[in-house]
Design a protein around this ligand. Structure first.
Ligand code: GAL
Length: 1000
């Protein structure tokens, strides 16, 4: 588009806006206040949600309780989210974990949801509960229980056996959520039904009966708060819920090209879709990209953190605000860990997700960028009643520069405040653009900056410029410098304005009477002044470092660059009553520190509670009467008063050194974990795999139609072992099998005790046809047994309803002998001991797989390995097989710090293939495939690791090549050192080893 016509466009937008404004003056706003009719605490209208009648922007982050089994750590994560200025967390419940055996529901131990609810309430976080029954979530089976894989009917439809299947779970989880609704003093404000009920396997369509069944079930369970759903993209599915919304992942999941964005990747049609499908509810995005998942062989989560880093947050989230989004949930804000068998085959052990809060609970830079946006919106009530003014005419609008797109949203209720969101037209452009912004204001159209010069937008950046914005008693006519936050303290409005380092900006403040005196009270930034339209004082400045300027007696401006803006925390002391922690009134500003979790005031003392990773220089902006004394984590700070009434203090971080054991120098004990291939081993206790019929849509291609799907025999996770007994005819030269385990799976086979080959796995095969050649001719009439060890990488998801993808078998799809048409007389199978009647209730159904060591419980603390020989995983074995290793060590990490630890391996350059699993105090917290990767550092949370006492570490090593294998390295890594005020971590209780009767 030529520049001239863009200019015309900009002007047209301006005229349209002014016209709309004047018509709004006469038109009464029609509030469509809506509620479920079952309660009146959470209501809504076309603009926003209201809690107890008050409008609230829901800024939420996704967290999954099951990806953090240490219950006492939920509070740490919630507090970190709360300190961003967020007010909510959305969470899935994973049905398969709670009902691993049909009809046997379990919400005990790490699966108990109550500690999660309680921690949210304690932190002042609202919850959006998403119990499924389907959740997707890169979770095995998309959250469906393993036993669903052998159910008759189509899942995610109204069909009868599926309907019967989810009844018990939904009734129970629904009741637990209902008990924790805000109406009963709990944190739950919204409940989602299903998940992305959007794609349907032809000829099936959106099943409205099923949709209604779920709504009925939730209501029957006692849910009274609004029910929501998340269309995968705004396509108008499942609009019968109370507050419909949608999801979006516009930067995709290719973390290996983290700096490349699609030129047109910024979504522009959300508003139109929202108006089309659900105009009477708040524009709600229930999942918006907060990071990206990474698959086996991927590029690692740090790259996902770049793909979705601060630049992404600025451009894409501000674009959501440009569409008056009133509920925004970022998926994920804290990803956690796919420990044990949690994952589907598309992801590995870490579910860090490149989120603002990393898997080890440390904060990425993107955390601080989010804080700027959240604190701005928290203090901008006018935003909540905005409507986009130029959704179809943003190109070149208000700037005349076609390289820029500017959206104008206007508070149509207050009829004053406007927000102009500027970004690059080509999202991928790295070129800086200069511009002037011509905007409507209460004193007429103005072209900014008014005092000369121009504004700049660098590549991959976006800004929110405001007009007629109220910050307490200060009326801001306009500000091109973005508002990080503001607070009225002792009658003075403290406003934090920011831009990138070195950028020119302008802010105009309304005055009455004489022009207020402008005084630079701190810092060296130059301020240019001018009067706009007689009653507004325009200040032009450059955002570099920090300059503090007083404007009259009632306004104090902090003019800062982004790095300084990152440092401001805006937190409110607790309010009154049951929801005290939710108070957002009367914020106090604190600059500095790695994290301020909370603050409170009492008898003249301001108590700050926070974390430090280095010496902090604080500036505290608090009411004088409440901050005569200031403490940080209980220690008095020595305070210096600034000339402008704020307080300065420094606090050094207490970061005691700790020594972590050198794992390689510990005594390790070792034992063979593949006795199954020895001639003396009996598989009599194994299940006989002799089914010849299955409901599974994948029909067996085996002789006689024998069903060799582990799930049909109750094995849904971890390693699976098969044994084929046959009598040789003498002609057999090889055995072929088509084995399926999901992406990156592997398998190995033995004839008797002779190794006959492996498939080492890769990222493109979810199944593989192997032909295992026999080492020598078989003897006619002799009985042989072939043992196959395979991975189960988790079940597929079931994203397309009625596709039954999650039923994709793990096992042997087809087999035959080469050289003879021999019959297998008996197939035997085992996975984890007990299958669906799994043994270790405390660590749940997915912690143990079918390795001999796991069936015996060797991974558990308390097992007596003293009779085993010595041997280290870093020495390994010189032949194919499975070897198990155990050691123990003490940790002595003092309290008052948060030193996240990880088990780390180094790149294995030797070309042998192996698979290792790491068990910490019995919990499986890592699965490493050396030839596929990419994960090399496996965070293990405190509470799984005992930080003050004994720990048991076990390693399984499955060597897939003739040469055997060893771990190149294994060490404990201290990932960060933080002085921390987090609540005491209680070790997650779990059982120790006891003799397993009947273990085989
Ligand atoms: C969404 C889905 C989530 C998760 C996400 C990608 O489509 O609702 O459960 O799978 O994609 O991480």
């Amino acid at each position: 588009m030529r520049l001239a016509s863009v200019g015309a466009l900009a002007l047209a937008a301006l005229t349209a806006t002014s016209a709309r404004r004047s018509s709004q003056k006469v038109q009464a706003i029609n509030f469509k206040r809506a509620s479920t009719g079952l309660q009146d605490v959470v209501t809504w209208d076309e603009y926003s949600l209201k809690i107890n009648g008050e409008r609230v922007f829901i800024f939420s982050g996704e967290v999954h309780p099951y990806r953090m089994p240490v219950q006492s750590l939920h509070l740490d994560i919630f507090q970190k989210i709360k300190s961003l200025g967020f007010n909510a967390v959305s969470f899935y419940v994973f049905w398969g974990l709670h009902e691993p055996k049909r009809g046997h529901l379990d919400f005990t131990g790490f699966r108990d949801l109550q500690p999660f609810f309680d921690a949210a309430r304690e932190a002042g976080i609202y919850l959006i509960a998403r119990p499924g029954p389907y959740i997707n979530a890169e979770t095995t089976g998309g959250g469906f229980p393993g036993w669903g894989t052998y159910d008759r009917d189509l899942w995610r439809t109204e069909n009868a056996t599926y309907y019967d299947a989810w009844q018990g779970y939904m009734a129970e989880v629904g009741a637990q959520i209902a008990k924790n609704e805000i109406t009963k003093g709990g944190p739950v404000i919204l409940v989602q039904s299903e998940n992305e009920y959007t794609g349907f396997q032809s000829p099936y369509k959106e099943d409205r009966v099923y949709e209604q069944q779920l709504l009925d079930a939730l209501h029957k369970a006692g849910i009274t708060v609004p029910i929501t759903t998340n269309d995968a993209s705004p396509g108008g599915h499942y609009t019968s819920v109370d507050i419909w919304g949608y999801d979006s992942y516009p930067n995709g999941f290719d973390c290996s090209h983290p700096y490349t964005w699609g030129s047109n990747s910024v979504p522009e049609s959300f508003w139109a879709s929202h108006m089309r499908y659900s105009p009477n509810v708040p524009n709600s995005i229930y999942e918006f990209q907060g990071g990206a998942f990474d698959g086996w062989g991927g590029s690692g989560y740090d790259t996902c953190g770049i793909l979705t880093g601060p630049e992404f947050e600025r451009v894409f989230y501000k674009n959501n605000f440009a569409q008056s989004t009133a509920t925004l949930n970022l998926y994920m804000i804290y990803g956690g860990t796919n420990w044990a068998g949690t994952a589907h085959p598309g992801v590995y052990t870490s579910y860090d997700y490149g989120s603002a809060i990393a898997e080890d609970r440390t904060l990425r830079e993107k955390y601080y960028e989010l804080k700027l946006q959240a604190n701005f919106l928290k203090q901008s009530p006018a935003y909540l009643t905005t409507r986009p003014q130029n959704p179809n005419a943003i190109l070149g609008a208000y700037t005349g520069n076609s390289a820029l797109k500017t959206s104008f949203i206007f508070d149509v209720v207050g009829k004053k405040t406007g927000f102009f969101i500027v970004r690059q037209s080509d999202a991928n452009s790295a070129a800086a653009q200069t511009y002037k912004l011509t905007v409507p204001t209460t004193v007429g159209n103005l072209t900014l900056p008014t005092l000369g010069g121009s504004l700049t937008l660098t590549g991959k950046d976006s800004k929110i410029h405001v007009v007629d914005y109220e910050a307490g008693g200060t009326s801001i006519l306009y500000s091109t410098g973005e508002i990080a936050t503001w607070a009225t303290i002792d009658g003075r409005d403290v406003i934090v304005l920011y831009g990138n380092k070195g950028e020119l900006h302008e802010t105009a403040i309304k005055f009455t009477g004489t022009t207020p005196k402008v005084q630079t009270v701190s810092g060296s930034g130059q301020i240019k002044q001018g009067v706009v339209s007689q009653t507004n004082l325009a200040l032009q400045y450059t955002t570099t470092g920090q300059t503090v300027v007083s404007v009259g007696a009632k306004t104090l401006l902090y003019i800062v660059d982004r790095a300084n803006a990152y440092e401001f925390w805006s937190l409110s002391p607790p309010g009154q009553g049951a929801l005290a922690a939710y108070n957002t009134k009367n914020p106090i500003l604190v600059k500095g520190g790695y994290l301020i979790r909370s603050l409170s005031t009492s008898s003249g003392t301001l108590s700050l509670v926070g974390d430090l990773n280095s010496t902090a220089s604080f500036e505290i902006i608090a009411p004088a009467a409440d901050s005569k004394k200031v403490t940080f984590n209980g220690q008095s700070l020595s305070l210096k008063k600034t000339s402008y009434g704020t307080l300065l203090a420094t606090k050094s971080a207490q970061l005691p050194s700790v020594s972590v054991p050198d794992l390689k120098s510990l005594t390790w004990k070792t034992s063979n974990s593949l006795p199954e291939v020895s001639s003396s081993y009996s598989d009599a206790s194994w299940k006989t795999a002799n089914k010849t019929s299955t409901y599974n849509p994948t029909k067996p291609r085996t002789p006689g139609g024998v069903v060799l799907y582990a799930g049909e025999y109750g094995y849904h996770t971890g390693n699976i072992l098969w044994r084929a007994h046959f009598t040789a005819s003498g002609g057999e030269t090889a055995f072929s099998a088509h084995i399926q385990g999901g992406f990156a799976f592997g398998h190995s086979a033995w004839l008797g005790d002779a190794f006959i080959g492996s498939w080492e796995g890769d990222v493109t095969h979810e199944s593989y046809n192997s032909t295992f050649n026999f080492p020598a001719a078989l003897q006619k009439g002799k009985e042989y047994v072939i043992t196959i060890l395979q991975d189960h990488m988790g079940y597929e998801e079931d994203w397309i309803a009625a596709s039954e993808t999650f039923k994709g078998p793990r096992g042997i799809l087809a087999y035959s002998f080469v050289g003879a048409s021999t019959n297998v007389t008996t197939w035997k199978v085992t996975g984890n001991l007990g299958g669906e009647d799994y043994v270790d209730n405390s660590r749940g159904p997915l912690n143990e797989g079918g390795l001999y060591a796991e069936r015996q419980g060797w991974h558990l603390p308390g097992f007596d390995d003293s009779k085993w020989k010595n041997g280290r995983p870093t020495d390994g074995i010189s032949a194919p097989g499975v070897q198990f290793y155990r050691t123990a060590f003490d940790l002595n990490v003092p309290s008052g710090v948060d030193y996240p630890l990880a088990l780390a391996v180094s790149n294995s350059t030797v070309n042998t293939h192996y698979r290792a699993q790491f068990y910490v105090n019995g919990w499986q917290f890592g699965k490493y495939v050396n030839s596929i990767g990419p994960q090399k550092s496996f965070p293990v949370p405190q509470g799984i690791l005992n930080y003050q006492g004994k720990n048991t570490l076990a390693v399984s090593l499955w060597a897939q090549d003739k040469a055997g294998a060893k771990l190149n390295d294994l060490h404990l890594e201290v990932r960060a050192k933080i002085e921390s005020s987090m609540a005491k971590v209680v070790n997650q209780q779990a059982s120790s080893w006891t003799k397993r009767d009947g273990a085989y």
